[in-house]
Ligand binder design. Sequence first.
Ligand code: ADP
Ligand code: MG
Ligand code: MG
Length: 924
Amino acid sequence: MAIRTPEKARRRAVSRRRTARSTRSAKASARKRIWLFEEGNASMRELLGGKGAGLAEMSRVGLPVPPGFTITTAVCNEYNAKGRTFPPGLMDEVRRALGSIERKMGKRFGDAQNPLLVSVRSGAKFSMPGMMDTVLNLGLNEETLRGLAALTGNERFAEDAYRRFVQMFGKIVLDVPGEKFEAIIEARKHRGGAKLDTDLSAKDLTEIAKEFKALIRREKGVEFPTDPGVQLEMAIRAVFDSWMGKRAVDYRNFNKIPHDLGTAVNVQAMVFGNMGAESATGVAFTRNPATGEKRLYGEYLPNAQGEDVVAGTRTPHPIAQMDRELPGVYRQFRDVAKMLERHYKDMQDLEFTVERGKLWMLQTRSGKRTAQAAVKVAVDMAREKLISRDEALLRVEPEQIYQLLLPRFDPEDKGAAEREGKLLARGLNASPGAATGMAVFDPDTAVEIGANGQAVILVRPETNPDDVHGMLIAKGILTARGGATSHAAVVARGLGKPCVAGAEAIRVDPQAKLLSVDGQVIRQGEFISIDGTTGEVFGRAIRTIDPDLTKERDLQTLLGWADHVRRLGVWANADYPRDAARARAFSAEGIGLCRTEHMFFEEDRLPIVRRMILAENEGERQRALDQLLPIQRQDFVGILREMAGLTVVIRLIDPPLHEFLPRYDELLVEVAELRVRGTDPRGLEEKERLLRAVAAMREQNPMLGLRGIRLGILYPGIIDMQVRAILEAACTLAKEGVRTHPEIMIPLVGHPNELRVVEQRVRPLADRVMAEQRVRVAYKFGTMIEIPRACVVADEIAELAEFFSFGSNDLTQLIFGFSRDDAEGKFLLRYVSDKILPENPFQVLDAKGVGALIEMAVRLGRKARPDIELGICGEHGGDPQSIEFCHKVGLTYVSCSPFRVPTARLAAAQAALKEKQARAERDR
Ligand code: ADP
Ligand code: MG
Ligand code: MG
């Protein structure tokens, strides 16, 4: 148990009092069930929902907002907890709050002469698809309708408002399918020869409303409610019910949003954008959400109501045009937009309506934006001194930076494809990135074709767990059905592969192995391209290009700020000089993992490597190693030169040797064939010898077999050759005046004695090489920590090792007892979707289990060797959440793939900033 110092105790007491006080006031506000807009503020999102808090804040600062009130999220929770019943007295409170709107508007709800109409709008803390749509014009019936017509002197307007209300209420509250209403309108237009909704006369509209009500009677067996009070109660109920609707629940599950937040209901006086040429409705962002450019961006429609702008029935005008059509209103709106942006210190997404020349604000919220815009807006706002640099750093998701650096389609080639009419369809941009490949229509074929290195795109009507093996090998995934939370979308994002989901224009026929769209047909083996960032699907191959970081000025600026803030070093994993060059271009500060065995796979080397493995005596083996030495030395000269002045951690040979040999079953077939043919006895003899050798090396479980340091102990010649190559390379460069910092890393150590055996060879050998070369170079000797046992005895290991590098992939496999390839192919994704595991532990470091062992190793390692260098080189080194963990346990650096280096730089900065914030919070 930690000892409590008096200071700690005092702080605890203060914080306890503070929580008590805030819970008390939270309880008091939770008891207040209805808040008039002018009573709330922006900080009350939890209770009032995002929309309600925004409306309250805008009212509070004096912007023109139609009066209204918010029923709290707490009421929603109570309603759902009590088997969908309103808390007692709620509707009385609603009526009182309505009275306040009536006084402000000088109208009465349900009054036949001067009726107040309201909108009923849902709004949870986080904006959420699946929640109930807004109902407009509530309060209309055949009497109030006459009043509205008389009041406005506009019969058609009133009839149209009523028609819309019955339609929205019928669809949203009473759950009658929307198409059925559309069909009635279409039939009526057809009969009267009308083209647009606006061509319908007042009389047409009256008839339509009648037909709507008949439809509702037919479908639901109920009369359309005429009493405005009943209408309101039903609408409120429908909003609360939608919180527990399937779509909303699925969405929350997917996005890890708790189910107990509840939704608020906003009831607001209607204003009308459809009262003639001086009226309009629109939406706008304070900056361009695609590029981040600082200029109003949006659209509006004159003489229109509500969702007409986004419904696509009429083409809206760009917002700038309002400057000509409604100049006074435009200027006012521009000022409001500017003011709201300064007020919220973030780009805002605004909704507004103009009623007969008067501007009304209906919504403000932080605008969703692309990765590019996120970076530009954050950097610009820091430059404008609207936010601090620290805030700017926290505004951008590290993953967004990764997106910015993903390969994209070459704009020229993409443009050409568009001109050729090869843009087949648009679907949902479910997982970002661009991919080109052969279209394949089932997972087995994907594996078959993909195994030969051919890029494939897996095309399915929709995917399910039986498709995962095909998804693993595909470069991208395309489905015709399914949304942002469909299996395809979820799995693709999990695997980091581009995915376009729900491209509904496309018909996919897996039996016939083809897809068709508008008469164009793509068969298996033909090329397609998908852009998971935009959702576009093309019917041919499109060239991809890597974005050029040096041209991304704002990103460079932001990352420069990040480098000032972070404590963690950011290194890269790179096996070849060209990867090292890329890593340096992304400002990696070292190489945390250079794998040597990849070099063995190259064509000119593999025969030598095989000779080394299959040698029947030591002399033969040594001859092969002698041939490999100069080749490896050249490899190391290349990478060490590229990383001059920086550390390069070189891991000695790791994988099981059979990986370098031909496959057993393939050899077996070849031998059998040679035997049958009987024409090549010498060839047969050779193959049989190989087969025997391969058979002798076969292991039940190679992952846990003869690999890593175990190989080095059994075949010390390999280690000698590699160590010699590293030191000779360093010495050669030293003589040229190039400073290098090689570090020799031994994989898969579980017991200090293993490391001791190797150390006793490596150190004297290194001395020998330096003596031969007559130059001294600094190098380090250390180990991967990837076997659980090594974590537990890390102090003993640190006596020998000058550095640790956590191999978190193997460490995760061994701690969970998962073989990654089997797990991801079979049950792991299911584990994640069933919430047995919160995340895929191979992507996000499991802080509780794997993390606890890492912490132990860090502590023990430091105890034995205070200046020990500590890094991580598993895939987690590039994952933001895992990076935060690495920061907290005090690693020296994280090492990740070169493309993730910029992401990691930002994530490391955010980890440092969050720590600073938490400390400030504690000290308050
Ligand atoms: P969403 O959450 O889908 O954006 P909203 O509740 O914001 O739904 O409503 C959608 C649109 O309906 C608004 O942008 C606005 O055009 C219109 N609307 C909502 N309430 C009113 C109102 N009181 N007066 C006029 N139009 C309204
Ligand atoms: Mg809205
Ligand atoms: Mg490993």
